[in-house]
Design a protein around this ligand. Structure first.
Ligand SMILES: Nc1ncnc2c1ncn2[C@@H]1O[C@H](COP(=O)(O)OP(=O)(O)O)[C@@H](O)[C@H]1O
Ligand SMILES: [Mg+2]
Length: 287
């Protein structure tokens, strides 16, 4: 790894400090999203500051209505923020024209949704190549081949979606998102429509895409087991971040979620609280 020291006691030069800074694949700064106005105003995002580092798998969890999908969509350039900024790499999305935004979404961002959204008349391989065709980009064959080798669907590539299981279809959708080698992939409840076994196949493939292919994935999920595949799980509640767990186990995520469901107290939890701080906060409440 870059930025590690051979010896202890070395003083970091400015350049070394910069080199050891993780690279942000995507980030938000004071992100606010308000739907509607007046009486029906909904503050879906209430000042979210988050960085998704390159080469990491992050899960976003939180109760229904907490702003998970909104955050993902605004960071992916599918929707715009009311206030604040969203960046893909160094690109501030608010500075882009519609045309530039479309180009960015096609080339630099991958999407995976709960519904597989494959084109039924195209084969698996044609679906995988579709975004590259749309972007009129010559596919990087070597890259696409390594994606296909990783997904393990070699013998199903000439089948139509209707001839594939749900888990296989979602793996095709993940491959399609990977094909353009995007800066970041956003997945909204990608295992929401799958049984546990197919869900696991999809999650393992996403994990491999990060570990073996160096991809960056941000996944919204309400499944603690799905979150346990991630390097980091962040928790949203009422449109703001309540904390995070690094290398979460499913049990830790479940504990944290239980705490977040205690709706009326959650506003008192300090912004950016660690697991320990959140536990401490609730223990104090109970005293
Ligand atoms: N298009 C919209 N118009 C109005 N309100 C919306 C819209 N999309 C989401 N909301 C509201 O914003 C809040 C956050 O929604 P969402 O991001 O979908 O939450 P989550 O994905 O965590 O379930 C909810 O209160 C939801 O009702
Ligand atoms: Mg949602």
């Amino acid at each position: 790894m870059d930025g590690r020291y051979e010896k202890s006691g070395d003083v970091m030069s400015d350049a070394a400090v910069q080199a050891s800074e993780p690279i942000a694949a995507a980030r938000s700064v004071d992100a606010v999203k308000i739907y509607g106005s007046g009486e029906i105003e909904v503050r879906a995002l209430d000042g979210v500051n988050i960085t998704f580092e390159q080469g990491r798998f992050t899960a976003i969890m939180g109760p229904s209505g907490s702003g998970k999908s909104t955050l993902m969509q605004c960071m992916a350039g599918l929707d715009d923020l009311t206030e604040g900024r969203a960046y893909i790499g160094d690109t501030d999305l608010s500075t882009l024209s519609d045309k530039e935004l479309t180009r960015l979404r096609r080339g630099r961002v991958g999407f995976i949704f709960q519904a597989f959204n494959l084109v039924p008349t195209l084969t698996a391989i044609e679906n995988i190549n579709l975004p590259l065709e749309l972007a009129r980009r010559e596919p990087d064959r070597e890259w696409v081949d390594s994606v296909i080798a990783t997904v393990g669907l070699e013998d199903r590539l000439n089948h139509k979606p209707s001839e594939l299981s749900g888990g296989q279809q979602q793996r095709v959708a993940v491959s399609r998102a990977l094909a353009s080698k995007p800066d970041v992939i956003f997945a909204d409840e990608p295992t929401g429509n799958l049984d546990s076994r197919s869900g696991t196949d999809v999650l393992r493939f996403m994990r491999k895409a990060v570990d073996d292919l160096g991809q960056t994935i941000v996944m919204v999920t309400h499944d603690a087991r799905a979150a346990s595949f991630a390097d980091r799980t962040v928790f949203l509640s009422d449109g703001s971040l309540k904390g995070e767990i690094i290398n979460p186990t499913a049990e830790q995520v479940l504990d944290y979620m239980k705490i977040l469901q205690v709706g009326q107290f959650i506003r008192g939890v300090p912004e950016g609280a660690t697991m320990d701080q959140v536990l401490e906060f609730f223990e104090e409440l109970e005293e």
